[in-house]
Write a protein that binds this ligand. Structure first.
Ligand code: BJW
Ligand code: ZN
Length: 244
């Protein structure tokens, strides 16, 4: 694959880099995306599982789904795309990795400055007293977990549709997007807001925006460079071509 001079130069000269990742970056690790033909939403409807009302009406079903996804994530490893971003961070003056993913693979790859916009699959909390309750054990007798502090229902620490993003995290992400020289958008269909607005904030503020995705997306026509292909292949090549 060949890269444009402008893309290489942007990597070589950027002092402040911000990155937005989505489910696509973890696909090569074996974590299903949401909207691909074989993705999570092909089998499970978001309205049945990814909102608070669904959880309240059937916590057992929702927990079965999350437990299944926790098992997948426990069994996989970060891929070359995650590792390339961790390497880029080490060699950058200022670097912010904003992720919509809840799988924790960026941390496991060694990334440090990570903003998790949509929560984390391995964390849970009580809907009544809000205490963290990460040690969730499901069994036939306890098909969904109850709080050890107050007995309330425990839910996954995931941002569902219609819910606010964690306090301060989106503000930090927006700040990074508005003040970077280079913005990378990787493996996201860019349809879920407010995350999908971040590349647009970066572009409006004068950053060079590069998208890496398996297929064109909602924002492809707005970015400076759209690289079509697998992030686990393109990212290492792009870093190598830029002398990292
Ligand atoms: C590869 C690859 C490879 C594959 N290499 N690429 C109308 C307009 C605007 C907004 C709204 C609206 N109606 C409602 C809203 C708001 C709503 C929203 O945006 N909805 C849209 C869908 C229309 N947003 C919200 O509700 C957010 N909160 C909010 O707005 O709060 C304010 C508010 C509060 C109260 C009232 C009103 C306002 C919260 C959003 C939370 C999203 N949560 C989810 C899932 C939770 C469930 C769970 O994880 O268990 O987060 S949704 C799901 O989508 C998940 C993801 O993080 C998110 C983004 O998906 P992503 O990562 O882009 O994945 P895919 O599958 O879509 O794309 C993968 C891409 O990778 C594809 O393009 C592939 O081609 C590519 N790919 N392999 C490179 N190897
Ligand atoms: Zn509680």
């Amino acid at each position: 694959m060949t890269f444009s001079k402008a893309a290489i130069k942007s990597l070589q000269t950027a002092k402040k880099i911000a990155v937005l990742t989505g489910a696509g970056i973890s696909a090569e690790s074996g974590v299903p995306t949401f909207r691909d033909p074989d993705g999570l939403w092909a089998k499970f409807k978001p309205e049945e599982l990814a909102n608070f009302d669904a959880f309240m009406s059937n916590p057992q079903l929702v927990w079965e789904w999350y437990e299944h996804r926790r098992e997948i994530v426990r069994s996989v490893q970060p891929n070359a795309g995650h590792l390339a971003l961790a390497q880029l961070e080490k060699q950058s003056e200022q670097f912010t990795l904003i992720t919509q993913n809840v799988d924790g693979l960026h941390h496991r790859a060694g990334s440090q400055n990570v903003l998790e916009l949509h929560g984390n699959l391995m964390r849970s909390y009580c809907i009544d007293c809000r205490q963290r309750q990460d040690e969730v054990q499901l069994s036939k007798e306890h098909p969904f977990p109850l709080c050890s502090n107050c007995g309330g229902k425990v839910r996954p620490d995931i941002v569902w549709f219609g819910e606010m993003l964690p306090l301060g995290i989106f503000e930090d992400a927006e700040n990074a997007a508005r003040h970077c020289d280079l913005f990378l958008v990787i493996g996201t269909s860019a349809v879920v807001y407010p995350a999908a607005a971040l590349p647009l904030y970066a572009k409006k503020s004068g950053a060079f925006v590069i998208e890496i995705n398996a297929e064109p997306t909602e924002i492809s026509h707005l970015v400076d460079e759209s690289l079509l292909g697998l992030s686990g292949e393109i990212l290492p090549l792009l870093l190598e071509a830029s002398g990292f």
